[in-house]
Write a protein that binds this ligand. Sequence first.
Ligand code: FAD
Length: 477
Amino acid sequence: MRSFTFYERFSRAFNDYPSLSKLIIISTVSGGGLIAYSEANASSDAYKAAPMDTGIKKKKVVVLGTGWAGTSFLKSLNNPSYDVQVISPRNYFAFTPLLPSVTCGTVEARSIVEPVRNIVRKKNVDVSFWEAECFKIDAQNKKVYCRSNQNTSVNGNKEFAVDYDYLVIAMGARPNTFNTPGVEENCHFLKEVEDAQRIRRTVIDSFEKASLPDLSDEERKRILHFVVVGGGPTGVEFAAELHDFVTEDLVKLYPMVKESVKITLLEAADHILNMFDQRITVFAEDKFQRDGIDVKLGSMVVKVTDKEISTKVRGNGETNSMPYGMVVWSTGIGTRPIVKDFMKQIGQTNRRALATDEWLRVEGCDNVYALGDCATINQRRVMEDIAAIFSKADKDNSGTLTVKEFQEVIKDICERYPQMELYLKNKKMGNIADMLKEAKGDVAKEAIELNIEEFKKALSEVDTQMKNLPATAQVLH
Ligand SMILES: Cc1cc2nc3c(=O)[nH]c(=O)nc-3n(C[C@H](O)[C@H](O)[C@H](O)COP(=O)(O)OP(=O)(O)OC[C@H]3O[C@@H](n4cnc5c(N)ncnc54)[C@H](O)[C@@H]3O)c2cc1C
């Protein structure tokens, strides 16, 4: 028994459609060979010419996005029977886990990116890349509308439309501000390489500014007050990087202002890193306390102006304001407006992300797939399909199921319902016979024969293992 990656499942979804039956996608995500950022931006590869018309009309696959999801898909392509067009406002893949290190120069930006053209040029598949942002998806007419972010274009028109037969939406998400006033205008985000570079410049600028003569102590302290909003992995990692940067490097360069530096971490919940094991939370909170990072728990930011950040204390509702020099906002992700608009179009309202089935097909829409942070999988429950599973396994139509019969279909079942495999693992059951045996009682494994009711009982708890997958690169991997 083995687990199936998203890309294998995705590939199978394509294979379910005869017209795409030759597209084999296997999971080959890599952290990415790391090459120079300057090369990424100034990539001299000319746009690949549109595929030559050989008389055979290739199906068009359009991929939106070159992040973890889009790039993983592209890296997996190996069948030349498709005309693939990739559209993204950035012409490179970025290794996001190292972004916090770019903010302080521990890692250079150029080391965490790989040009898309470099990735696709090694493929024997027709892949064109358009550096543009998609601003509308028209699923009815199978078109996406795009806008180039270059200042000039051949015919002076920055907008263009691209037809597709199959669309892969991998546009990720945007930072979630919860519509808090002043956040967009006054805070830094940490989502893109440019964000990390901007933060780095702002930190250095703050130290230079604070070193100027004729500043009051109060003003110097304000400038060197760095506030991080959000005690999730990104916020915590950034606060830690910043602390190390300040204490190991900057205090040597700016000894005269070192007493004025302060780092504050604001978290609305009761603890930081609360999605992890409690021991990790405790360790991180203790470490930050020892390092002098002021962690304010239960503090919800309600407003940010150009010099002050206001919080409401959970519990007593008290509002406090504090002066700051730089705020980094890292409170999770929200839906991109274009994805929201598309969701409305296809009747997926009241959702945070595009709902797909377990084959990553967008629900309520033909030939559109979505993956990554912009999507969420609606995994079917075993119990919803229990009668169909039973009858598929009961090959001789005897009305009872033997272990042997069930074993013949278990691979398909585990592929379709990953919760089955998790259940066996968590229950420390070696194989499916153990699960059936538990339902049947004390009989020899070979003698197990279950009717539909007994079968239901055996599988009744499998769906408890269903989990919403977090929006992480790890999941995509
Ligand atoms: C600082 C940081 C650290 C992280 N650390 C980890 C970690 O350690 N482990 C982990 O598992 N996960 C980590 N993550 C989460 C991980 O990066 C995301 O889950 C992952 O990037 C999601 O991949 P994606 O392809 O869906 O979106 P993204 O990687 O965000 O890619 C989206 C792509 O879509 C493009 N795009 C955007 N708008 C449009 C448009 N209108 N038209 C066309 N293209 C568009 C973007 O330019 C981009 O190429 C981290 C995230 C951040 C920000």
